[in-house]
Design a protein around this ligand. Structure first.
Ligand code: FNR
Length: 184
């Protein structure tokens, strides 16, 4: 059997009780066996500053190396002010440099946005896709994943309790496995 594809899972929320992280864990649970999802933390990445490239912070180097080693990238993000939360944008910027050595280039990707609100983080989802075009990350177009009403989907332990959402996330991950196979 072929080796499972290594998928770097980047979560755009840093808070402990994050619905986005709960959704990310649910994605890990429903992923097909051909994908191995690994949450890559972004909370300790110093803010991007090109002046630091001469001697990059160890956290930047470790992050870049981890993304470079991955077969694919999956972003699961909340929406802040109709856009991408700063920690996630920072991680994208850190991974994209130094110039000409972007860790993201050519990795098949997918985006899931999560919000308690009804629009399901549409603005963040598409703002992120805008960066992915520039970064040469082929982002899966369909199915789109805007997970709204997130505060009603999980139990006190963060487990996904909504069967419809679980089924949808399962289909999403199956489609992503096909997308990786076609674009990897
Ligand atoms: C928000 N929230 C929010 N929600 C949304 O649907 N669209 C938005 O534009 C915003 N803007 C926004 C800005 C800031 C600074 C904060 C802190 C929050 C609400 C947000 O969806 C909610 O706090 C989620 O619970 C955040 O995701 P996590 O941390 O639960 O994963």
């Amino acid at each position: 059997m072929a080796q499972a594809k290594d998928v770097a899972l980047v979560v755009g929320s840093l808070r402990k009780g994050s619905f986005t992280r709960m959704a990310a864990r649910a994605l890990v649970e429903v992923a097909p066996t051909g994908l191995k999802l690994d949450i890559v933390e972004i909370g300790d990445l110093p803010l991007y500053n090109q002046d630091l490239e001469g001697e990059p912070p160890a956290a930047w180097t470790a992050f870049r190396d981890r993304i470079r080693a991955a077969d694919a990238v999956l972003f699961v993000t909340p929406e802040y002010n109709r856009g991408v939360p700063a920690p996630l944008k920072n991680a994208i910027d850190v991974g994209s440099r130094p110039y000409g050595k972007s860790a993201w280039a050519g990795k098949p990707g997918a985006v899931v946005s999560v919000s308690p609100g009804a629009i399901g983080g549409f603005g963040a989802n598409h703002q992120l896709r805008q960066s992915l075009v520039f970064l040469d990350v082929p982002a899966m177009p369909q199915p789109e994943a805007y997970i709204g009403g997130a505060h009603k989907l999980f139990d006190a332990e963060g487990g996904l309790t909504n069967d419809g959402t679980r089924a949808f996330l399962g289909k999403f991950m199956a489609a992503f496995a096909d997308w990786i196979a076609a674009n990897g």
